[in-house]
Write a protein that binds this ligand. Structure first.
Ligand code: SF4
Length: 303
C-alpha cells in the first residue's frame, strides 16, 4: 500500500519490484486496489513458510557461532592454564634443548637419521603420563574445533550467507531485528530480509526461496534497500545479495550508476502516475501475462 507522508508518496521496495514487471499491473494492484491475493495463495503460503524457515536457520547459525566463540575462549583459557601449571613437565632438565644440541653435534644428518628417529620414539614413551594426557586433550580439542567449524560452514553455505560475513539483522529474528527503513527524504521504504557486514560495508540481503532465476524485479527491490541503507548508515553500499531458490544460490548485485539511474526513472514515473500526471503503460508479454495475478482486470493482456 502506498502511503503519503509530509506531502510525499512513500513507495516501498516491493512496489518498485511490481512496477519493474509491468507498470499497469502495479497500477491495478496499488492504485486501483484490485483484489488479487487469492489467485496465488498456495505460492504465497509456501513462500512465507520457506522464508520463515530460512530466517530461523540463519538465526540458529548466528547463535551457534556465538556458542562456538564462547567454547573457543574457554578452551583457550583452559589450555593456557594447563600449560602454565604443567609447563615444568615439558622441559625437565632442559630435555628439548639437550635434544637440539644432540642433533647439532651428531654429524651427518643422513648417517644418523635412523638413530634420531629411534631416540625420538624413546623420548615420547619416556614422557610423563600427564603430558600424554595433555597431548590427547589438545588433539581432541582440535578435532572438536575442526568439526564444529566444518559444521558451521556447511550451515552458512546452506543459508547462502558467507561464513566470513557478520549477521547484523534477520527478518523474523527476535535477537537480530531488521529495521523497517522509511526515508521521507527519498520517498521510499523497505525492509530487507537480512543485513550483513562485509569488509566494513553494510549489505542488504533479499531471499527469494521460490525463484528459479534472477529477475529484474528482485534487482530493483534490492537497489531500493541499498539506497535506504546508504542513507541511514551514511555510507556507500557497493552491492547487495539475492539468495535464490531452495538451494539458496547467492547472487551478488552491484550497485551500478546505470541501475540507480533506472531506479530513479521508475520512482519519478511512479510519482507522476500517482499524481495523475501520466498513465501507467502496460508492458504485456505472454509469459508475464500468464503469471500475472491481476490479468482478469487487464485489457492489455497478451494471453
Ligand atoms: S496482464 Fe499483462 S499487461 Fe496486463 S497488467 Fe498483467 S502483466 Fe501487465
Amino acid at each position: 500500500m502506498i502511503k503519503k507522508s509530509k506531502g510525499k508518496y512513500i513507495i516501498s521496495a516491493g512496489e518498485v519490484g511490481i512496477y519493474a514487471v509491468c507498470p499497469h499491473s502495479w497500477k491495478l494492484k496499488s492504485i486501483l486496489k484490485k483484489n488479487y491475493k487469492n489467485s496465488k495463495n498456495d505460492n504465497i503460503k509456501m513462500g512465507l513458510a520457506l522464508h520463515k524457515d530460512w530466517s530461523k536457520k540463519t538465526e540458529d547459525i548466528h547463535k551457534l557461532s556465538i556458542k562456538m566463540a564462547i567454547v573457543l575462549c574457554l578452551m583457550f583459557f583452559s589450555v593456557s592454564f594447563t600449560i602454565i601449571f604443567l609447563g615444568d613437565k615439558f622441559f625437565p632438565n632442559n630435555k628439548v634443548l639437550n635434544y637440539i644440541g644432540y642433533h647439532k653435534s651428531s654429524g651427518s644428518f643422513f648417517k644418523n637419521l635412523l638413530n634420531d628417529f629411534k631416540d625420538s620414539v624413546y623420548q615420547i614413551f619416556d614422557l610423563d603420563i600427564d603430558i600424554f594426557l595433555f597431548v590427547i586433550l589438545i588433539s581432541l580439542a582440535l578435532f572438536v574445533v575442526y568439526f564444529a567449524g566444518h559444521y558451521i560452514k556447511s550451515r552458512y553455505d546452506a543459508s547462502g550467507i558467507k561464513e566470513k560475513s557478520t549477521l547484523l539483522a534477520i527478518d523474523g529474528s527476535k535477537i537480530l531485528k531488521v529495521k523497517d527503513y522509511i526515508s521521507y527524504m527519498q520517498g521510499i521504504s523497505g525492509k530487507p530480509d537480512a543485513v550483513i557486514k562485509e569488509n566494513s560495508y553494510f549489505i542488504p540481503v533479499e531471499i527469494k526461496p521460490l525463484a528459479r532465476k534472477l529477475k529484474d524485479r528482485y534487482i530493483y527491490q534490492l537497489l531500493v534497500y541499498m539506497r535506504l541503507i546508504a542513507e541511514f548508515k551514511k555510507k556507500d553500499v557497493p552491492y547487495g545479495y539475492l539468495i535464490l531458490g531452495p538451494k539458496s544460490k547467492r547472487v551478488k548485485i552491484h550497485n551500478l550508476p546505470e541501475r540507480q539511474k533506472m531506479l530513479t526513472k521508475f520512482l519519478n514515473d511512479m510519482n507522476e502516475i500517482l499524481e495523475e500526471k501520466k498513465d501507467a503503460i502496460a508492458s504485456p508479454t505472454k509469459t508475464k501475462c500468464e503469471k500475472c495475478d491481476v490479468s482478469k482486470y487487464c485489457q492489455y493482456k497478451a494471453c
